[in-house]
Design a protein around this ligand. Structure first.
Ligand SMILES: C[S@@+](CC[C@H](N)C(=O)[O-])C[C@H]1O[C@@H](n2cnc3c(N)ncnc32)[C@H](O)[C@@H]1O
Length: 257
């Protein structure tokens, strides 16, 4: 029932500020329908009535719509390109980089960035901004404790240097943690900081509509310095980079012209 869903979209926007209309509809509807059916509701209308009275259900809704799956060095080959080609080029003209992990989920991505930067810049301190819509994911990120599966792609020397084993888990070192600042932010609604050398935004744009992506690429382009780089996910190629003032420099890396 499309009307039922569009009423739900309006309800969520007024209640949380999140605009579900900017996410691909079929996918989002499927995810949310399976959640409300599991909870014993029959329609989006019944679901929104229940959300009004139950805070726990609202948390479950947010958890379901935000898909937090992540891992360190996700698509490791791309991180090698970042380390051996993109970063050496970026640091040629300046010693400190301004870096942003946008949609950072539970922290694996910004911490991977801190580790790679530490390696490339031989211990020089860098500051990384990490943002996500999901407050609970950010809380987990700040704790910095991960199971072994999340570390599957981490090179052995990095694992030794930056993780401390705690029982079945691995904790990110304080040095790495101290270089990342976490903030809650909605990419589709909130203002962006500017002057970035590198923006990493991976595995979230696939969930957005074409219109939302178009607007977001413009916003990222404005947030980057000239010569700055946008690093996207491995299914998120930009087909017309020139439209946003980008040139493709490696697969999944775009430089602001
Ligand atoms: C699949 S994770 C990707 C995590 C990481 N970037 C990676 O590639 O492993 C997607 C993340 O996007 C976040 N997200 C979804 N919509 C968002 C929005 N409008 N603004 C900011 N973050 C959003 C979710 O909360 C989730 O943590």
């Amino acid at each position: 029932m499309t009307n039922d869903y569009s009423g739900f979209v309006t309800y969520i926007k007024s209640k949380t500020g999140i605009d579900l209309a900017l996410y691909k509809e079929a996918q989002m509807k499927r995810r949310l329908t399976s959640l409300y059916e599991k909870k014993g509701y029959g329609t989006f209308k019944e679901f929104s009535n229940a959300l009004t009275s139950e805070q726990n259900l609202m948390d479950e809704f947010l958890d379901r719509m935000t898909i937090n799956v992540s891992e360190f060095y996700r698509n490791q080959k791309r991180w090698e390109v970042l380390e051996t080609k993109i970063l050496p080029d970026l640091i040629k003209n300046q010693s400190q980089l301004k870096v942003w992990s946008a949609a950072c989920s539970t922290g694996e991505e910004p911490y991977s960035l801190a580790m790679v930067l530490n390696k490339v810049q031989k211990g020089r301190f860098n500051h990384i901004l990490a943002t996500d819509l999901d407050r609970l994911a950010i809380e987990k990120a700040k704790i910095g404790l991960y199971n072994e599966r999340a570390l599957a792609e981490v090179p052995e020397d990095i694992k030794k240097e930056h993780f401390i084993k705690q029982g079945a888990f691995f904790k990110v070192s304080d040095k790495i943690k101290s270089s990342v600042t976490f903030k809650q932010q909605n990419l589709l609604n909130d203002r962006f900081d500017t002057g970035f050398d590198l923006i990493v935004c991976r595995n979230v744009m696939i969930y957005f509509t074409e219109e939302a992506k178009d607007e977001l690429y413009h916003k990222f382009s404005r947030a980057l310095k000239k010569g700055g780089v946008l690093f996207v996910g491995s299914t998120e190629q930009i087909f017309n980079p020139g439209k946003y003032g980008f040139e493709s420099i490696e697969t999944f890396f775009y430089r602001k012209i």
